[in-house]
Design a protein around this ligand. Structure first.
Ligand SMILES: C[S@@+](CC[C@H](N)C(=O)[O-])C[C@H]1O[C@@H](n2cnc3c(N)ncnc32)[C@H](O)[C@@H]1O
Length: 454
């Protein structure tokens, strides 16, 4: 079909969907949310699309040949997305959680717009990738798939329970081999990728004499390791090496859970506690066999050296979630007070753009020159999207917005800055998502303190 005819058809489809959604406008959205939409110039009718929006799943490449069996189990046809490989749409009411295909880790639920944000990063095998706000981890899983058998994936999130969900997901889908998960603050995270190879093969790992579940400085014999911990040898010099990661909650996690339960607070690290905690590492993440000090090599250690940062960075920033339609409508059952407290609280809204800017700036600091960063949110507001990116560009003359070439085939609209993109239920038939793709230009006077040899 000619491009012009295609555009007309798309506009027509969007228009008839818009008419349909306006007819089904929900009346239950709470006043605080309606006021938030009004303040931000957003049209409430978009939320009526929530009920008709398809569900999307990503089928792992290894399971693509099993689509007929998966369809039979689901009792319906998977409709392949022509613009996003391995993504399929399902009717909104489709239930996947009880299927064997889901339980066996052959597919996972993920909105197509979220898949597009990962595709925009153009991850290649061998890349060192950083995910600054990783949990609960659907994008992380997709990034791990793209990475394949080389390179590394480092992921950070500030919420312990969400990070635990992320770890469960990586393990369920067997995608954690090259991944390190950190409980930490993405605005200050400074750890560099591990570019070397593991110093010990699993054959050298011993089972006995294990003392700790987490690495600590101990007197040890660096030739032999314990699974998930370290052994003591009084004769050897002070050293500590990582063994294989062991499942189950670490002592540190159990302590934090107990404390959070006692205080009745969420298990989240405090904003002042900036030291990242290694929460999970895969067998090929480069951690096994490394000294604690080497794994903890930070960006500040690397000034004026040749230590490298990350090739690709995703900053899928915390936001007000107003574009995440299905999520929003769930609050009808969960209670709008929770939504108001979490997302519409005045202090929270005031601080969120500042948080987003700091997450973006820190992700960019850790990016190698020539590398790619994608900033995304699931908010429709200009402040959290074009506003944050505009403020960032005003102070980073080594950053440049880039075209997402794949997007020429995507059902999205242009954002308010060159090359930025917006997905929404009416024109894209997806949840809401904004994305900006940035690259870091070569070293200049303005980026002297950044990684990558500058
Ligand atoms: C939009 S969600 C990320 C979704 C995730 N990328 C995915 O695909 O599943 C935003 C995440 O940012 C995390 N977050 C909030 N503040 C943070 C901070 N200062 N540093 C790191 N993560 C943070 C939240 O805990 C939340 O999990």
């Amino acid at each position: 079909m000619a491009a012009a005819a295609m555009a007309t058809l798309r506009a027509h489809q969007a228009c008839s969907r818009a008419t349909a959604v306006a007819d089904e406008l929900p009346t239950t959205l709470p006043p605080a949310f309606l006021a938030f939409l009004k303040r931000n110039g957003l049209d409430v009718s978009i939320y009526a699309a929530a009920a008709t929006l398809p569900r999307y799943v990503r089928v792992k490449p290894q399971a693509i040949s099993e689509i007929p069996e998966i369809e039979e189990e689901l009792g319906l046809k998977l409709s392949s997305l022509t613009w996003l490989p391995n993504f399929f749409s399902l009717p909104p009411e489709a239930q996947i959680a009880s299927t064997q295909a889901y339980q066996q880790g052959k597919l996972y639920g993920m909105d197509a717009a979220s898949g597009a944000a990962v595709a925009a990063l153009a991850i290649s095998p061998g890349d060192h990738v950083l995910d600054v706000c990783a949990a609960p981890g659907a994008k992380l899983c997709m990034m791990a798939e793209f990475l394949g058998d080389s390179g590394s994936l480092t992921a950070v999130d500030i919420s312990r329970p969400r990070l635990a969900a992320c770890r469960t997901m990586l393990r369920k889908y067997d995608l954690g081999r090259r991944t390190r998960l950190y409980l930490g603050d993405g605005t200050s995270f400074s750890l560099l990728p591990l570019t070397g190879t593991s110093k010990l093969s699993p054959a050298n790992v011993c089972d006995d004499q294990c003392h700790n579940e987490e690495p600590t400085e101990v007197t040890g014999n660096s030739d032999r390791l314990c699974k998930g911990g370290f052994q003591k040898d009084a004769r050897a010099e002070i050293t500590s090496l990582y063994g294989e990661w062991r499942s189950g909650r670490t002592r540190q996690e159990k302590r934090a859970a107990k404390r959070a339960k006692y205080l009745g607070i969420p298990e989240q690290i405090s904003w002042d506690d900036r030291a990242p905690e290694l929460f999970f590492y895969g067998v090929d993440s480069g951690v096994v066999g490394m000294k604690v000090a080497d794994v903890a090599q930070t960006c500040s250690d690397s000034q004026n050296t040749s230590l490298r940062g990350y090739d690709k960075v995703l900053v899928d920033a915390e936001c007000t979630h107003d574009g995440s339609l299905k999520h929003i409508t769930k609050y009808e059952q969960w209670g709008w007070e929770t939504f108001e407290r979490r997302f519409l609280n005045e202090d929270r809204i005031a601080s969120i753009t500042s948080l987003q800017l700091r997450l973006l700036s820190n992700g960019f600091r850790l990016l190698n020159p020539g590398g790619t960063l994608v900033y995304s949110t699931c908010s429709f507001t200009k402040d959290q999207n074009e506003g944050v990116v505009g403020r960032f560009l005003a102070t980073h003359n080594n950053a440049e917005l880039q075209e997402v070439e794949l997007a020429r085939q995507w059902p999205c609209s242009p954002g308010g800055l060159p090359h930025t993109l917006r997905f929404d239920p009416v024109s894209s038939n997806t949840s809401g998502l904004f994305m900006a793709k940035l690259t870091k230009l070569g070293c200049g006077p303005s980026n002297k303190s950044e990684v990558g040899g500058c």
